[in-house]
Design a protein around this ligand. Structure first.
Ligand code: NI
Length: 256
């Protein structure tokens, strides 16, 4: 069994956890999970994420408006989010970014929310948790412009883009996608990313690693992802978990 697992990206406020959330979280440390950063997707999700972080010492929270949610956001949504950023368990602005795969919100609006939240993060000296799906060029343009601290999560770009992210001093988040059968690019990226720039994540309830692909994901499945990455990098699995735990603590300024 592995210990010291830091899940840098989860969505435990998702309704897929509503039936057994507290049973799952009450026991999750016994499965070796030491820290979780739960990522909000909008204001109501932010409030739920804060409640969870207050109930569980090992849960931290990122607050922000996800690209999918921009269309439904209230006029003052970002002002309301900003007021919550000073919460002592809030460690990042997220999940923010661009999603040109689903395009659930118009791209102009996504760009506007992303830019405003990059500015917010810098204003409060917080790292960002960035979602980039099929929007690599626009994402990189804004990251280069604002140079935030942070992570590009569930990284789906090429090694070339990964190089640009690392050159900005940012981290690369990798999850269950590295275990998928067609995972050519994620594995190339896993091989390239310096271990001191790598974070492990679930994006649960989504992105379950093989052999649980398609089922509900949770932080206890991170070892499957870690094993795949450790194999590619030819290092010990627990060592990889320990390094990524340290990386995440450093990025999110968590001391325990
Ligand atoms: Ni996410």
């Amino acid at each position: 069994m592995y210990t010291n697992i830091f899940d840098s990206h989860a969505h435990y406020d998702d309704e897929r956890f509503s039936e057994d959330l507290h049973t799952l979280l009450a026991d999750i440390q016994n499965a070796g999970v030491s820290h979780i950063v739960n990522c909000a997707t909008n204001l109501s999700s932010a409030k739920k994420c804060i409640e969870l972080s207050e109930k569980y010492p090992f849960i931290y929270t990122a607050l922000g408006v996800h690209p999918h949610e921009c269309s439904d956001a209230q006029n003052d949504e970002l002002e309301q989010i900003e007021k919550l950023l000073s919460h002592n368990k809030c460690v990042a602005v997220g999940e923010i970014g661009l999603d040109y795969h689903y395009d659930f919100s118009p791209r102009e609006l996504q760009l506007d929310f992303f830019e405003k939240q990059l500015i917010l993060a810098n204003k409060y000296n917080l790292p960002v948790i960035v979602h980039d799906r099929e929007a690599h060029a626009d994402t990189m343009n804004l990251l280069k412009k604002y140079k935030p601290k942070g992570v590009v999560h569930c990284f789906s770009g090429s090694v070339e883009t990964a190089k640009e992210v690392v050159a900005l001093g940012m981290y690369i988040g990798l999850g269950g996608a590295v275990t998928f059968k067609n995972a050519k690019k994620p594995l190339e990226v896993a091989a390239f990313v310096p271990t001191d720039k790598l974070l492990l994540e679930t994006d649960c309830p989504y992105m379950s690693p093989v052999p649980f692909r398609g089922k509900r994901n949770d932080s206890t499945l991170i070892p499957y992802t870690a094993q795949t990455i450790a194999q590619v990098k030819d290092i010990d699995v627990q060592q990889l978990i320990d390094i990524t735990n340290n990386n995440a603590k450093k990025l999110f300024s968590i001391s325990d």
